[in-house]
Design a binder for this molecule. Structure first.
Ligand SMILES: [Cu+2]
Length: 146
């Protein structure tokens, strides 16, 4: 038994470092009109173990919610991902237009295109990952239903 574990550890190290849990390609689209929510897209990469991403927050946003877009009777409907999202070991979960996304309610009003917004990703096991999101021009989130 011990030998099998050792062998698989060796196999892992043979192909380089184990997968690292991280968040990449984070962007934020400011709302077109004040008082409306903005939206964030990003890529979540799994580490050596499967993990449950439970929530996202930001010091520059009052409230962040994780949503998914699901087709229901030919209509796109947003549903809250209240249990979070499972990130497979070494896998990738994409948050992108038309799919999963993070909704940003009450973004600090002085933020503008070209600024950075800090997103903090919290996992069920207590782990936290921070990512800097680049703020994109207003209006690029067109087609996103709220
Ligand atoms: Cu949404």
């Amino acid at each position: 038994m011990k030998r099998i574990v050792l062998a698989s550890l060796l196999a892992l190290s043979a192909c380089g470092a184990p997968p690292k849990a991280e968040v990449t390609d984070a962007v934020v689209h400011l709302p077109l009109a004040a008082g409306r929510p903005g939206v964030a897209y990003f890529t979540v990469k799994g580490g050596a173990k499967e993990a449950q991403l439970t929530s996202v927050s930001s010091p520059q946003v009052i409230r962040v919610e994780l949503h998914d877009n699901v087709m229901e009777g030919g209509v796109m409907k947003m549903t809250p991902l209240s249990a979070g999202v499972t990130v497979p070991a070494g896998g990738t979960v994409e948050f992108k237009a038309g799919g999963k996304h993070a909704m940003l309610y009450d973004i600090r009003p002085d933020l503008k295109q070209g600024d950075k917004l800090t997103l903090s990703f919290a996992y069920a096991d207590g782990a936290k990952i921070e990512a800097e999101a680049q703020i994109k021009p207003r209006g690029e989130a067109a087609g996103h239903n709220h």
